[in-house]
Ligand binder design. Structure first.
Ligand SMILES: Nc1ncnc2c1ncn2[C@@H]1O[C@H](COP(=O)(O)OP(=O)(O)OP(=O)(O)O)[C@@H](O)[C@H]1O
Ligand SMILES: [Mg+2]
Length: 362
C-alpha cells in the first residue's frame, strides 16, 4: 500500500473551543447620520443606493466570523470591498457603528480607552503596506520600539529585539537605518517590530503589495515559516488570490463590505459561491488547490478495491504521480473509511482541463 503523509487539516474553531477572534454582526457605515441606518429598511439597500439616498457609505456590513487559535485567516476582495476598514475595526482604530469583537475573550467594543490601549499593546500587532518605520532609528531600536512604549528596560528590550531581528533574517543589520535597506528588508523590520511584542494576534493589511514579485514571494515564505515556528493567529488581508491560497487556512471573500464566501482554499476554488468568486478563481491551476475529495467518484461494482489508499485532503497534484503509477484505483479515505475512488481518469480530467485553460489564456 502506498503511504501518503496526511496534509495538515485546515484549522477551525472547535465547537466548544475558544476562538482567538470572534466577530459578530460588525458594521461600519461612514457619513453623517450613519448611526441611524442600522435597524431601518435603509440597511438593506445596496451600497450605491444607500449612498444615493442618505450620503452614507457602507464600509463593512453585518460581518460575522471566528478565527481559531493558530489559524491564518485571509480576507480578500477587490479595492473598496472593506478589507482595511474591517481590520481596523478589530482593534477600534476605526470605531464600529455596531457589532461585537472579541480578541482572546476580551470584549474590544466595550473596552475603555486605557483597556483598549493595553489590549492593543499586549494582544495584537499590525503590519501595513507602508512600513511606517521610524527613519532616525536603527533597525534594532525600531524593532524594540513597542517594548520601549511598554516600559521595558533598554538592555532587556535590545536583547529581545536582537533575537527577533535574527529570527526574521536580518542579523548583521541591527545598526542600519531604514533608508539603507531594500523594501523587502524594511518589511522584515516591520514584521520583526510586530513580533517583538509577542502578540497573540497578528494583523496584516496588504503588507507585501508594494514589493516586487520575487521579494514578495520570499516574504510570503517568511510568513509561512514564522507561522510554523511561532504558531501565531493571523488575519491577513490581500487582494492577490495566489497569496490568499498560499497562506490561508481559510479565506473570506468580501464584496461591497459584505461576506460573499468563507472557505478553505479548495472550497473556494472547488465551489465558488457566486460569479464574483468564480471570476477571482478562474485562473487558478486547479490541481494545485483541489483535493481528492473534489475529484473522486463512487466505487463501481467492477472496481478492484484492494489498491492503495490516500487521505481525501491530499492535493490532486501531489497525488497525481502515485495514482497514475498505480495499476489499481486509489481508495480515498476519510476518518478510516473509504469515501471514494480516484483513478487515472479523475486525475487527468483536472490536469487536462487545466492545460487547455492555460493554452487558451496564453
Ligand atoms: N473614512 C472614510 N470615510 C468615508 N468612506 C470611507 C472611509 N474609509 C473607507 N471608506 C469607504 O469604505 C469602503 C471600503 O474601503 P476600504 O478602504 O476598507 O477598502 P479596501 O478593501 O481596503 O480597498 P483597497 O484594496 O483599495 O485597500 C470604500 O467604499 C471606501 O471609499
Ligand atoms: Mg485597503
Amino acid at each position: 500500500m502506498t503511504a501518503i503523509t496526511e496534509p495538515e487539516p485546515a484549522t477551525r474553531v472547535p465547537p466548544n473551543g475558544d476562538a482567538a477572534l470572534t466577530v459578530r454582526n460588525l458594521w461600519k457605515i461612514f457619513g453623517k447620520g450613519s448611526d441611524r441606518v442600522i435597524g431601518t429598511p435603509d440597511a438593506d439597500l445596496s451600497r450605491a443606493d444607500l449612498k444615493e439616498k442618505t450620503g452614507c457609505v457602507v464600509g463593512v456590513k453585518d460581518v460575522s466570523f471566528e478565527v481559531a487559535p493558530g489559524e491564518v485567516f485571509v480576507v480578500m476582495g477587490l479595492s473598496g470591498s472593506g478589507k482595511s476598514t474591517l481590520v481596523r475595526l478589530l482593534t477600534r482604530l476605526i470605531e464600529p457603528t455596531a457589532g461585537h469583537v472579541e480578541i482572546d475573550g476580551h470584549d474590544i467594543v466595550s473596552a475603555s480607552e486605557s483597556e483598549l490601549r493595553d489590549l492593543r499593546r499586549t494582544h495584537t500587532s499590525m503590519v501595513f503596506q507602508h512600513f511606517g518605520l521610524l527613519p532616525h532609528r536603527q533597525v534594532l531600536d525600531n524593532v524594540a520600539y513597542g517594548l520601549e512604549v511598554r516600559g521595558v528596560g533598554k538592555k532587556e528590550r535590545r536583547a529581545k529585539a536582537s533575537e527577533i531581528v535574527e529570527l526574521v533574517g536580518l542579523k548583521g543589520y541591527e545598526r542600519s537605518y531604514p533608508d539603507q535597506l531594500s523594501g523587502g528588508m524594511q518589511q522584515r523590520v516591520g514584521l520583526a517590530r510586530a513580533l517583538a511584542n509577542d502578540p497573540s494576534l497578528l494583523l496584516f493589511d496588504e503588507p507585501f503589495s508594494a514589493l516586487d514579485p520575487l521579494i514578495r514571494r520570499d516574504m510570503q515564505n517568511e510568513v509561512i515559516r514564522l507561522h510554523h515556528e511561532l504558531g501565531k493567529t493571523m488575519v491577513f488581508i490581500t487582494h492577490d488570490l495566489a497569496e490568499a491560497l498560499k497562506l490561508g487556512d481559510r479565506i473570506m471573500i468580501l464584496r461591497d463590505g459584505e461576506i460573499v464566501q468563507i472557505g478553505t482554499p479548495d472550497e473556494v476554488v472547488g465551489a465558488p459561491a457566486d460569479d464574483y468568486v468564480r471570476d477571482f478563481v478562474s485562473d487558478v491551476p486547479r490541481s494545485h488547490v483541489l483535493t481528492l475529495k473534489w475529484v473522486m467518484r463512487d466505487p463501481r461494482p467492477d472496481d478492484d478495491l484492494t489498491g492503495p489508499t490516500m487521505p481525501c485532503d491530499t492535493i490532486v497534484r501531489q497525488a497525481a504521480k502515485a495514482v497514475l503509477d498505480s495499476d489499481l484505483p486509489v481508495r480515498v479515505m476519510d476518518n478510516g473509511e473509504v469515501v471514494g475512488i480516484v483513478d487515472d481518469e479523475e486525475i487527468l480530467r483536472v490536469v487536462v482541463a487545466e492545460e487547455s485553460h492555460e493554452a487558451a489564456s496564453s
